[in-house]
Design a protein around this ligand. Structure first.
Ligand code: TXA
Ligand code: MG
Length: 334
């Protein structure tokens, strides 16, 4: 069921929607919730039985850790055995915002959410509805909300409330906070290794993160903890997605002129060929932030055309595109 908490609603209607979602979470049930990155499928993080419902609904293996969402740094420390100076520097600069920090987990709390690991992923989201919800559940004695992206395991992350309903059906209570502004998942920095490790790129640039950390970010090695968002094949549409450099995509499309092949094309510089009858074209925005904002809904829409193939033009090599490139590479690996 959708509960409208968009900013087009009046404040008291939003407060009622948030209140109902908070009581549902406190009672140990699941709620779909908006964040500025993507929608999450939430459960109270201090209740292993509630968290187990997330794994069951998503079809996600129980040893894949989830992110715990907190209203502030104080609440984060409920779940942390230790709050490294590095985590503090990054949180001070980027929270609330699209950044997840991996820190040592406090024993006895958040075990199921952490997938049994002795570390835990924490994020303070900036979306005003998420903030209001987290403050409200805190008042009900809930220190944090575990929430992976609200999609079935391995599939495209949701950036609209309607996507969450598509994934889980109408029985789930979903707080509608409008379209997610950022559009791809948070950057994840592991703060448990003595030096920062970028486990997943997002829309915060490496340069911004390094400036706040005061040191370079390392890339994950084989010893890095498992992150399902870092599995090769992820974010998969039903169609086979291929990523191609602009010139190659252009040549391939020219070879199709006059044919009736069914396919979808998502390109930034390569124009749509005129004489391919089964072709659906969508233009990728020129700016990385705009491309991230619409990436998952564009892939969902192209996938809904029931084409067997989606050809996507490779994003520019610029670091501003790291997050978008990462998601497209994973979608292509599926
Ligand atoms: O933007 C986001 O981060 C969204 C919204 C809902 O906040 N959430 C999200 O959650 O993307 P999920 O579960 O789809 O991805 C969480 C990522 C996974 O790759 C997971 O493995 C990693 O965070 N993660 C969580 N806890 C971890 C830990 N203790 N160690 C290593 N990776 C961890
Ligand atoms: Mg996910």
């Amino acid at each position: 069921m959708l509960l409208d908490a968009r900013d087009s609603q009046d404040a008291s209607a939003v407060a009622r929607a948030v209140g109902e979602a908070a009581r549902t979470l406190a009672a140990g049930e699941l709620v779909g919730l908006p964040t500025e990155t993507v929608y999450g499928l939430g459960a109270r993080a201090d209740d292993d039985a509630a968290v187990a419902k997330i794994f069951a609904a998503k079809g996600r293996p129980a040893d894949h850790p989830l992110i715990v969402h907190v209203p502030d740094v104080g609440a984060a420390q409920v779940f942390a055995a230790d709050w490294p100076a590095l985590a503090q520097r990054l949180a001070a600069r980027f929270w609330p915002g699209p950044l997840t920090l991996i820190v040592p987990r406090a024993p006895g709390v958040g075990g199921a959410a952490a997938g049994g690991q002795d570390s835990i992923g924490l994020r303070c989201p900036a979306h005003p509805v998420a903030q209001a919800l987290l403050r409200e559940v805190k008042a009900l004695g809930v220190p944090g909300v575990a929430a992976p992206s609200a999609n079935r395991f391995g599939r495209i992350s949701p950036t609209r409330a309607a996507h969450v309903v598509e994934e889980f059906g109408d029985a789930l209570l979903v707080l509608d906070g409008g379209d997610c502004e950022v559009g791809i998942e948070s950057s994840i920095v592991d703060c448990t290794r003595g030096h920062p490790v970028l486990l997943r790129p997002g829309m915060l640039s490496r340069a911004q993160l390094e400036a706040a950390a005061g040191e370079p970010l390392a890339d994950p090695d084989a010893a890095a903890p498992r992150a399902s968002g870092t599995l090769e094949a992820h974010y998969a549409p039903r169609a086979k997605l291929r990523l191609m450099a602009g010139p190659m995509l252009n040549t391939a499309l020219q070879m199709l002129e006059g044919s009736t092949l069914k396919l979808a094309v998502y390109s930034r510089t390569v124009p749509a060929p005129k004489a391919v009858r089964g072709l659906r074209h969508r233009r990728m925005p020129d700016q990385a932030a705009q491309a991230a904002h619409e990436l998952f809904s564009a892939l969902r829409e192209l996938d809904a055309e029931d084409v067997p193939l989606i050809w996507v033009e490779e994003p520019p090599a610029d670091p501003a595109w790291d997050g978008v490139r990462d998601r497209l590479q994973r979608a292509a690996a599926a």
